[in-house]
Write a protein that binds this ligand. Structure first.
Ligand code: FES
Length: 169
């Protein structure tokens, strides 16, 4: 009799444990963002793949992201993202005047906005006397080695915000 009771007790305990694990799994699935939400929120760019002087356009949250590995002839700026000896300009490629997408003009060393004649230098700084009144925005980023995770606020980005080098995007 006691053996049967032991067996029933163990079986019931087992079902309870399985039920609890199933419940936790279901809860975790509910809490976790959907894969599509994750994909929309974060973009990882491996900066080591960038070639000097060549602009790459990535996409983050539906916005173009300019990535330019600066050559030694291109002026360094505190807005640059520095990894080892390399400097990168990274910005949201939307003109801060009315949101057109500026074009990279390597021969003039500018980003040129055809909509109303806005121009930005290769650090994303707006040239004076033209419609855009502020520099191109830098997207929130976190550095992980040579990788840049867009959508996360790492120390370097927080410092740029604190120094007034970009607006919060
Ligand atoms: S939108 Fe770029 S200058 Fe107006």
């Amino acid at each position: 009799m006691s053996t049967r009771r032991d067996f029933m007790g163990m079986a019931l305990g087992g079902f309870t444990a399985i039920g609890a694990i199933g419940g936790l799994y279901a809860a975790k699935r509910t809490w976790d963002p959907l894969p599509s939400v994750k994909a929309a929120g974060f973009t990882t760019i491996d900066l080591s793949e960038a070639k000097t002087g060549q602009m790459i356009t990535e996409k983050w949250r539906g916005k173009p992201i300019f990535v330019l590995k600066k050559s030694s002839e291109m002026e360094a700026h505190e807005r640059d993202i520095v990894i080892g000896d390399d400097r990168y300009h990274v910005s949201i490629g939307l003109c801060t005047h009315l949101g057109c997408i500026p074009a990279y003009k390597p021969e003039e060393k500018i980003f040129n906005c055809a909509c109303h004649g806005g121009k930005f230098d290769l650090s994303g700084i707006n040239l004076p006397g033209l419609p855009p009144s502020v520099p191109l925005d830098i997207p929130p980023f976190k550095l992980e080695g040579t990788k840049m995770v867009l959508g996360e606020q790492g120390e370097e980005y927080k410092q740029m915000l604190a120094d007034g080098l970009t607006r919060k995007a």
